[in-house]
Design a protein around this ligand. Sequence first.
Ligand SMILES: CC(C)(COP(=O)(O)OP(=O)(O)OC[C@H]1O[C@@H](n2cnc3c(N)ncnc32)[C@H](O)[C@@H]1OP(=O)(O)O)[C@@H](O)C(=O)NCCC(=O)NCCS
Length: 139
Amino acid sequence: MNVKLVYRLPTIEEYNLLRRSVEWPEFDVELVKRALSNTLFSVIAEVDEGVAVGMGRVIGDNAIYFHIQDVIVRSDCQGTGVGALLMKELLAYVDRHSGKNTNIGLMCSKGREPFYLHFGFVERPTEKFGSGMIKVVSD
Ligand SMILES: CC(C)(COP(=O)(O)OP(=O)(O)OC[C@H]1O[C@@H](n2cnc3c(N)ncnc32)[C@H](O)[C@@H]1OP(=O)(O)O)[C@@H](O)C(=O)NCCC(=O)NCCS
């Protein structure tokens, strides 16, 4: 598979298509539009003249707190190194904009922890950190 990394936002359609391919819920178009426009950095893995098979983006305050979000590789392209290529680009972006004690967070899908361990992330809780918490708005 010939994969090309492109530094751009996904289109709304690409975003929802990639989410659907990994059975993640889709969001309303207006929400996606606003979310994507507030992205700090986005990278897309393309094959066959621009077909997006993977994406990842960085959100946050661009200095102290960064969050890795929407790391997705289309299911039929998983396990071929695309996810790792995307992560390297996301972390390189953070590296260029971070300082001492900068914090890179992510919400890991269940079972995907080993993927992120490759890139220096640690599983919470640790001796110092609690579990981390989340609240999903239902309507
Ligand atoms: C998680 C995901 C992004 C990984 O992408 P990928 O292209 O399949 O991963 P890669 O082929 O680049 O794998 C990189 C390394 O991570 C490992 N890895 C990838 N997924 C893994 C998993 N679920 N469990 C354990 N190890 C995993 C690979 O074995 C590989 O290790 P190696 O370098 O020692 O061989 C992809 O499976 C995906 O999109 N999943 C659905 C969406 C998702 O859960 N995204 C993560 C959000 S938290």
